[in-house]
Design a protein around this ligand. Structure first.
Ligand code: NAD
Length: 363
């Protein structure tokens, strides 16, 4: 198993080597102002699929670090979900509100085209299905197109369903039952996925607490789902059974971990543990069952994959339902091996890649 550790070498090739990426492409275009990085982590199982994120990074180093971490996560997400996909991701540097134009997106599409299908892009933060349409004008290696164009549409409802399945599996491990009726659940971030997740939780009779960076959005969700609304930082101090991070990454860190009163953590955000080696074991010590993020938020990827292979939305939902069983398996394995769930999930993903890599060694 590849050891997961904090970065010690911050040079470009040092970082690429540390995360074991196959290829990293820097894209630049003077005319449109495009500055983008495409990270291809691993293509043993298939083409690297992962969304493009547009963000006003404070530095190029921050953008590189983000694309490397995210693309590595995609490799594990695809592998553990049984998909024939590798892991990749792209970032476009800049403020989406001011820099994003049709020309910039189409130029980016040309760079994706040049990779000849080794990388397939899709939507991520600050990108829309309309943006994917522009990229599609330059390359066919795009997924997550609108349903009207024969695409798989919005992945958020499927991501929410998978997160819900993973949460139920973790609840079963912690409380002996997968029922969420009467469970107190704190949801951090009520955007696309968070809102669909709240629908499932409300239907099951959970007692909900929520917060969001946008107060009006939080208020609307609180009213709609009969939830208590709390401040951004207060979410960590709630007396709840389950904490569900559905906003940003790295919210499980040295500052927050001692404040959490929950017995389960299960949410859709990527990279929830600030440092997997430190905070994964720390959660085990505190008796908190952690449902690995890249496993339980794989529904969106499963949905996009259905577009690549030409299967139905229902097929994607059926496959997403299996997140319950895979989470149960991983949680039990972590316990048996004396490790933590994130490490056990990573190991399971790496074992699939290693065994199928051998199958592919014969032409
Ligand atoms: P979104 O942008 O629609 O929602 C995120 C919400 O979090 C927003 O409402 C935002 O205001 C809020 N937020 C931001 N910072 C916050 C903070 N500090 N505290 C509280 N709220 C905060 O995004 P989404 O599509 O719902 O995705 C949510 C998370 O799940 C992201 O981390 C994303 O990478 C991950 N994810 C999404 C999908 C998908 O299908 N959309 C798939 C896999 C993973």
């Amino acid at each position: 198993m590849v050891e997961i550790k904090a970065l010690t070498d911050t040079s470009v090739f040092g970082q690429i080597a540390e995360h074991q990426h196959e290829q990293v492409v820097f894209c630049h275009d003077h005319e449109t102002g495009l500055r983008a990085i495409i990270g291809i982590h691993n293509t043993v199982l298939g083409p690297a699929l992962g969304g493009t994120r547009m963000w006003h990074y404070a530095s190029d180093a921050e953008a590189l670090n983000d694309v490397l971490r995210l693309s590595r996560g995609m490799t594990y997400k695809a592998a553990i979900s049984g998909l024939n996909l590798g892991g990749g991701k792209a970032v476009i540097i800049g403020d989406a509100k001011t820099l994003k134009t049709e020309a910039l997106l189409r130029k980016f599409g040309r760079f994706v085209k040049n990779l000849n299908g080794k990388y397939i892009t899709a939507e991520d933060v600050n990108m829309t299905t309309k943006d994917m349409e522009y990229i599609r004008m330059e390359t066919k290696h795009v997924a997550g197109l609108p349903e009207s164009m024969g695409g798989s549409g919005d992945p958020s409802p499927v991501t929410a369903f998978g997160t819900y399945m993973g949460m139920k599996a973790a609840a079963k491990k912690a409380f002996g039952s997968d029922s969420l009726a009467g469970k107190r659940i704190a949801v951090q971030g009520v955007g696309h996925v968070g809102t669909y997740l709240l629908e499932y939780l409300q239907k099951e009779g959970a007692k909900l607490v929520l917060t969001d960076y946008y107060e009006d959005r939080a208020l609307e969700a609180a009213t709609r789902f009969g939830a208590k609304m709390v401040g951004l930082d207060e979410i960590y101090d709630q007396d709840v059974d389950i904490y569900s991070p559905c906003a940003l990454g790295a919210t499980i860190n040295d500052d927050t971990i001692g404040r959490l009163k929950c017995q389960v953590i299960a949410g859709c955000a990527n990279n929830q543990l600030q440092n997997e080696n430190v905070h994964g074991p720390a959660l085990v010590e505190r008796g908190i069952v952690y449902a690995p993020d890249f496993l339980i938020n794989a529904g969106g990827l499963i949905n996009v994959y259905s577009e690549v292979v030409g299967s139905s939305r229902q097929g994607a939902l059926n496959q997403t339902e299996k997140i319950f069983d895979i989470t149960t398996q991983v949680l039990n394995k972590a316990e048996q091996e004396g490790s933590h769930p994130q490490a056990a999930a990573t190991k399971q993903a790496e074992e699939r890649i290693a065994s199928l890599g051998k199958v592919k060694s014969t032409y």
